[in-house]
Design a protein around this ligand. Sequence first.
Ligand SMILES: NC(=O)c1ccc[n+]([C@@H]2O[C@H](COP(=O)([O-])OP(=O)(O)OC[C@H]3O[C@@H](n4cnc5c(N)ncnc54)[C@H](OP(=O)(O)O)[C@@H]3O)[C@@H](O)[C@H]2O)c1
Length: 334
Amino acid sequence: MTGAEAILVLGHTGLLGRAVVEACGPGCMVVDDERRAFDLGRESAGPPAGARVEPGEAGDSLSWMVANLPRYPRDAAQVHRGIELMRLGILRLKPALVINCAGYTAVDKAESEPELAMAVNAKGAEAVAKACRQAGAGLVHVSTDYVFDGLARRPYREDDPPGPVNAYGRAKLAGERLVLAAHPGACVARSAWLFGPGRASFVDKVLALARRGGPLKVVTDQVGSPTYTRDLAPVLVELGKKGVPGVIHAVNLGQASRYELARRTLALCGLDPELAQPALSRDFNLPAQRPAYSVLDGRRLARLRGGPLPSWLDGLRRHLTETTGDNPGWEQAR
Ligand SMILES: NC(=O)c1ccc[n+]([C@@H]2O[C@H](COP(=O)([O-])OP(=O)(O)OC[C@H]3O[C@@H](n4cnc5c(N)ncnc54)[C@H](OP(=O)(O)O)[C@@H]3O)[C@@H](O)[C@H]2O)c1
């Protein structure tokens, strides 16, 4: 394997990143101890003194950077651990493609720390895009249905005007724009309502609560596109390998409310769907408002692939078959 064929996955410890690593197969590179090396929310002023940028070989890991940190003066190592180190790493490894699944994803917390959400999801994402452009690497950047206001009455298309209703969505939208300005050949893949193995999602939290006996209040007034990470991940790899530019919606087929998703989850696991009680968003008084309707129209992707992704219900069935039982395959909710 050479660098020219390799795919670097950023955010490989996350819900989606894990599935993307699985989908990439042997051509995949990840950064050891990535979060410590590549904090995308941390600005850095320039390369650490003595840093060398050399052509890399696939199969390399970026642990060299962490290992080499003690060679730099302690302060410089602290200062430069952020996005500059990420840039150097991409330049050295020269992957053919970067799939950026790293991001600030705490939707409610973002309301009280909007600067950090913006630093990671906008400035950090832009820095990744600039580094990819400089290294001649393709880029797939992952974005979200939360860039929309939720007032539509039909699925959102790629060119519908965005209008985020929360700080997380505003940061992700800013990131989309900065990424495309920095790397016009990049693909911005918007997805939604992810579930899959490796990290607890809404689906897993519903199951955990139900198994503790409930009660379980779930909103009926948020409708979206639930998506299985193992269906999405190979699509991101395919989009990157084909070099599809611009914004594209990548979700499982169909739509559901959170309430319907919860009931289907319970039923598929042999639990009583009546454990889920209907509720409204306003009953929860969460810091971040959510779009009421954020279903994404996947027809651009279906035209490119020659068909849509499987339905979310089909994806949910596979997720629950593959990850429940003695070995649930997901960590406790963080
Ligand atoms: N989950 C969803 O329902 C959903 C829906 C639509 C779009 N998306 C988008 O899909 C992407 C992946 O989401 P996910 O659900 O897989 O998120 P996740 O499970 O929270 O994983 C996020 C990843 O980013 C890393 N990360 C967080 N802050 C960072 C920072 N400051 N610097 C560098 N890396 C950082 C995390 O590292 P740690 O392991 O150290 O935390 C983790 O690897 C994100 O861009 C998100 O906006 C998600």
